[in-house]
Design a protein around this ligand. Sequence first.
Ligand SMILES: C[S@@+](CC[C@H](N)C(=O)[O-])C[C@H]1O[C@@H](n2cnc3c(N)ncnc32)[C@H](O)[C@@H]1O
Length: 386
Amino acid sequence: MVAIEDYLGREQAYVKHVFLELYLERLVHKTASRFDHIVYVDGFAGPWLSANEDFLDTSFGIALNALRKAKATWKAAGRDVRMSAYLVEKDKNAYERLNGIGHRFPDILVKTYPQDFLNALPTILTDIPTTAFTFFFVDPKGWRFRLHDLATMLKRSHSEVVFNFMFDFINRAASMKEPTIEQGVDELIPFGDWRAKLEDAEQRGPSSEDRKRILVDAFGESLATIGAYTYVAETTVLRPVSDRALYCLCYATRHSEGIKTFRDCQIKVLEEEAKTRATTKIKRAEAVSGQREIFESLHDMAPNDLERKLELARTAAEAAFLELVPRDPALIRFDEVWPHVLSRHILRLKDINEIAARLRKEGKLIFLDWEARKRVPDGYYRMQRS
Ligand SMILES: C[S@@+](CC[C@H](N)C(=O)[O-])C[C@H]1O[C@@H](n2cnc3c(N)ncnc32)[C@H](O)[C@@H]1O
C-alpha cells in the first residue's frame, strides 16, 4: 500500500499514487470480470525519486500490485485472467532499476523497454492482443508533447488513459509569445480553441482557476477528439503546501462505469490530499517556529475548503442535470444523463441519485417508470422536465 512516509518532500507524488492505487485496483478487478487479458502500459515508468525498496512508491509498482491482487481474487473464484505490464523508461540509470522487476511478479508478464516512449509504442501496440483491455499511463516529466503522436494509442478500443497534464508549466508556457513555445503548446492541446478563450478571459482578469478550466477542458477535448472518448475528467494535484495547482491527471474513458469509478476514487483522493496538506503545512511551520500546538489549532479553525468545493460542485451538477433533461413530451433515460454530469462535475453517482429523487419529490422532474418503494432511480427510468 502507498505510504506517505515514502514521499517526504514530494507529497504531490503521494496524492498521484493514492489515486492510481485506488483507481487501478477497482478498474482491474472490474474489467477482469469481462476481459480475459488486462494490460497496463506505463510510458514514463521511472523509478523516479523512489525511496521504497519494493517500488511501492512508483506507478509501475502500484500497477503491478493491482494486477497481482485482481488476478489472485479472480483465480480464487475459478477464473484465470492474464495480466501484463509494458513499462518504458528512457533514462539508463532508472532503467537499470526498472529492469528485473518482472522477477518479483512471476504471475504477470512484465516487459520493459529502455527506450523513448514514442519509439516503443508501435511495438507495444502490436503486441497487445486486440481483445485485451488496456490502461495507458502517460506521466512525462516535462510538458512538451505532440498529442497527435499518441493518436494510434488513444484510438485503441477497450482502453482507458490517464495523462499527467503538467498544468503549472503549461499555464506559464501558454502566455509566452516565443514561437517555439507557442508551437509546443499548440501541439500538446490541438483542440478546444483555448487561445481565443484565454484571450477573452484576459479581458475579465481571469483567476488561475479560470485559466486552469480553459486549458484543462481544451486538453480533455483534445483527448476525446483524437481518441473518440465519450467521457473525460480530471483531478487536480496541488502543491504540497501552497494552494496552487501543480498538475492535473486527465482521464478518458468510453464507459459510464469508468467515469463513476473515477469520481468515487477522486473524492477519496481529495480527502486524503486535504489531510496530507494540512499535516505537511503544520510540519513545515513547526520546523520554522517550533510551535506545534498553535499551528494545529490554527488548522482546526480553518474552513473546510474541500467541503465547500464539493458543495459548489453538487449545486452546479444539479443545474447541469436539469438542463440535460428535455421538457415534456420529450423523454430521456436517466443513464443517458448521469455519466455526462459526472464527467463535468466532482460528485458521485449516489449524489446524482439523491438529487434526482429530490427533484422528483419537488415536482421538477417526472419519472415515467419509477416503481413503488424505490428511493433512487434505475438507469432505464425515463424522465422529463415538468
Ligand atoms: C515523472 S517521472 C515518472 C514517474 C512515474 N510514472 C511514477 O509515477 O512513479 C518521468 C520518467 O520518464 C522518464 N522519461 C522522460 N522522457 C522519456 C521518454 N521520452 N520516454 C520514456 N521515458 C522517459 C524519465 O527518465 C523519468 O524516469
